[in-house]
Design a binder for this molecule. Structure first.
Ligand code: GDP
Length: 536
């Protein structure tokens, strides 16, 4: 009754290097277990020893620049980092996304650099607000999603009910790959559906190291250490689930329509190796990327990539920045010169950084799917494309309409010039969006989460010596106005007090409420009011 898929990892040695890459992110609501799962994935791959890792991470935090104070105070990670680890010839690049509910646009951009995502769900809570938001971002690009239902060692929703809820809330097909044998105090292990194996603990509550292959699932009834009642219930619900849910289908998964579901407990390391197997076996290797004018294949000779994140001032003594570049094709070698079409010039990449289990290492070579850090002095911006000569631009790094809009007021009016420069830097780095109202000299900053505001004011004061205050505005949301020039101008003329220009001079409508926005959309049928704008 159970279907089998042959593991692909064994054949990995014969594949080109890029085909052995799995570049992914974990998305979740705070507290669902993303941090724990990240650490257990690193542990399962042998990349870290648990204690050492956690300690090293804490120490590095302390040595970072001052604005990281905010991270420490709030106990959250403002910035996204990259972890690379290897298992059985497969190289995993895990891009960390901040999980705090007050997340920034960094998260969105990080998701533009991955080929797959693991969605962690707390078994007792189901889909939560943040999971949903992040899922919608993944859906914009039809990224394949693995689902990890975490904390089965605790009482939770019954697996079928949970899958039903997730499926209908997200309009996503689900299919189980592992199934829990009991939950909460009754948790005894997992059934790996594809491999036709049960994984059990040798002692109650211990790690799932006992491997029990089976031919017919009913063979599992009566196993030592698992009460018949618990196993029978698990088999019954799994059989029911397999009967009503679609089978795993690679094409449907790769198109982002079907998510394989893994049950487990990150804390107890249960289900984590199975998830890693899933990532190895069916997780996509780097995909072709759409650029303006053509599609770039990962196996092409030409090196190309794009900047999805810039982290500035990691060292407060130097105005250094690290641009995080996702490679999309070719074989990158240290010292290579790459062309930046925006600046129309070549740049020698002398000291690229590779992130191996969070330790900085110097790279000698990297291929499509890999992330490299490029230290620079402000030449690289989020959205920049780098390539070996060809003037291409990758698509898919959007700006999102800010949901929070604040006027920036200077405490010291003599510092207007510095403020302008600082805001321009921050906008380029992608910390905030800066909007210049057409009829008011005070700039407005737009963010997706309020934490970005704290980061901005802390950094302006520390790094630029420009203390600022925020003033609330009466605007509820912003939209980019797109249409024929004459019509856009007519709109701007008639709405002078509620329009602005963004960093690229593109016109933006500042709406006082959703209702006002809906009315404008109705009254100006020739215009589009966009919530997402491609960087270009
Ligand atoms: P994050 O906010 O998503 O990164 O969540 P964390 O990984 O920090 O986990 C949040 C809390 O849930 C912590 O107290 C973890 O110890 C706990 N936790 C994580 N995974 C599990 C699990 O599988 N079982 C149980 N019982 N607790 C877990």
């Amino acid at each position: 009754m159970l279907e089998t898929t042959a593991p692909a990892a064994a054949a990995s040695a014969a594949l080109p290097d890029f085909a052995r890459r799995r570049t992914f992110a974990i998305i979740s609501h705070p507290d669902a277990g993303k941090t724990t799962l990240t650490e257990k994935l690193l542990l399962a791959s042998g990349a870290i020893r648990m204690a050492g890792h956690v300690k090293a991470r804490g120490e590095r935090r302390r040595t970072r620049s001052d604005w990281m104070e905010i991270e420490k105070q709030r106990g959250i990670s403002v910035t996204s980092s990259v972890m690379t680890f290897e298992r059985d010839g497969i190289v995993f690049n895990l891009l960390d996304t901040p999980g705090h509910s007050d997340f920034s646009e960094d998260t969105y951009r990080t998701l533009s650099a991955v080929d797959a995502a693991v969605m962690v769900i707390d078994v007792a809570k189901g889909i939560e607000s943040q999971t949903r938001k992040l899922f919608e971002v993944c859906r914009l690009r039809d990224i394949p999603i693995f689902t990890f239902v975490n904390k089965v060692d605790r009482e939770g929703l019954d697996p079928i009910g949970l899958m039903d809820e997730v499926s209908s809330t997200l309009a996503l097909d689900l299919t189980p790959r592992t199934w829990p044998i009991g939950m909460g105090v009754d948790f005894r292990g997992l059934i790996d559906i594809a491999e036709k194996k049960a994984w059990l603990a040798t002692e109650r509550g211990g790690p799932l190291v006992r491997e029990v292959p089976f031919t017919e699932i009913e063979d599992l009834i009566g196993l030592e250490g698992v009460e018949e009642r618990i196993m029978e219930e698990a088999i019954e619900s799994l059989t029911l689930a397999l009967g009503v849910l679609p089978p795993f289908d690679l094409a449907s998964f790769r198109e982002g329509h079907l998510s394989p579901v893994y049950f487990g407990s990150a804390l107890k390391e249960a289900g984590v190796p199975q998830l890693l197997n899933g990532l190895s076996d069916v997780g996509p290797s780097p995909l072709p990327r759409a650029a303006q004018g053509r599609t770039v294949e990962p196996g092409e000779d030409m090196v190309s990539g794009f900047v999805f994140k810039v982290q500035a001032n990691m060292d407060p003594n130097h105005r250094d920045r690290v641009a995080f570049v996702r490679l999309c094709s070719g074989r990158f070698k240290r010292g290579m010169k790459l062309f930046n079409p925006r600046e129309k010039r070549n740049m020698a990449i002398a000291n690229p950084i590779f992130f191996f289990a969070q330790e900085r290492e110097t790279v000698d070579e990297a291929v499509a799917g890999d992330i490299i850090g490029i230290p620079n002095h402000g030449m690289l911006r989020v959205g920049d494309t780098l390539s070996e000569g060809e003037s291409i631009r990758f698509e898919g790094l959007p700006d999102f309409a800010p949901e929070i809009l604040r006027r920036v007021l200077l405490s010291d009016p003599m510092k207007a010039k510095q403020l302008q420069k600082a805001l321009q830097d921050m906008a380029e780095e992608g910390v905030v969006q800066v909007l210049r109202p057409i009829s008011d000299p005070a700039p407005i900053v737009g963010v997706v989460g309020t934490l970005q505001l704290d980061v901005l004011s802390a950094r302006l004061e520390k790094e630029y010596g420009v203390p600022i205050r925020y003033e609330t505005t009466s605007y509820a949301t912003a939209r980019w106005i797109v249409g024929e020039r004459a019509e856009v101008d007519r709109f701007l003329d008639m709405n002078r007090s509620s329009t602005a220009r963004d960093r690229d001079d593109a016109p933006v409508y500042l709406a006082r409420s959703q209702w006002v926005l809906d009315r404008a959309i109705e009254e100006w049928p020739k215009l589009k009011f966009l919530a997402v704008k491609e960087r270009g």
